[in-house]
Design a protein around this ligand. Structure first.
Ligand SMILES: [Cu+2]
Length: 67
């Protein structure tokens, strides 16, 4: 499991969009998005890069916070 920080989520609608964006990535499982913490936790397959994850989040309208 990995946890990433996501900025820009303000309501349950955002949580759903981010959840869907992550679930659309091949091999991603057990997606949990926390609005309160601004985080997403999920199982990431080894061949899926953080770049690809960030791109999917950005296409949904949000940003991955790095560092
Ligand atoms: Cu929202």
């Amino acid at each position: 499991m990995i946890t990433i920080k996501i900025s820009g989520m303000s309501c349950e609608h955002c949580v759903k969009r981010v959840t869907k964006a992550l679930q659309s990535l091949p091999g991603v499982k057990n997606v949990r998005v926390s609005l309160e913490r601004g985080e997403a936790t999920f199982e990431r397959p080894e061949n899926l890069s953080l770049e690809e994850i960030a791109k999917a989040i950005e296409e949904a309208g949000y940003k991955v916070v790095r560092g």
